[in-house]
Design a protein around this ligand. Structure first.
Ligand SMILES: [Zn+2]
Length: 66
């Protein structure tokens, strides 16, 4: 019998976009096709175009052991 392995926590991938106009930085869950230095979505603040400045994974915070 195999002993059960602790499931590996999966990181959440985030895309960070920086506005070309006002410098506003926005973070959202990453989607397929998001690449650094490519054009992002429009700025939520001023409506200008943004550029993807970072794509990174973040692990959920570990739950304290009881
Ligand atoms: Zn902006």
């Amino acid at each position: 019998m195999f002993w059960s392995q602790k499931p590996e926590p999966k990181p959440t991938i985030y895309t960070e976009e920086t506005c070309n106009s006002c410098g506003e930085r926005a973070r959202r869950p990453s989607e397929a096709g998001d690449n650094v230095y490519e054009q992002g979505r429009t700025c939520t603040k001023c409506g200008s175009s943004t550029v993807v400045t970072a794509v990174y994974g973040e692990y959920p915070p570990e739950k304290p052991k009881a």
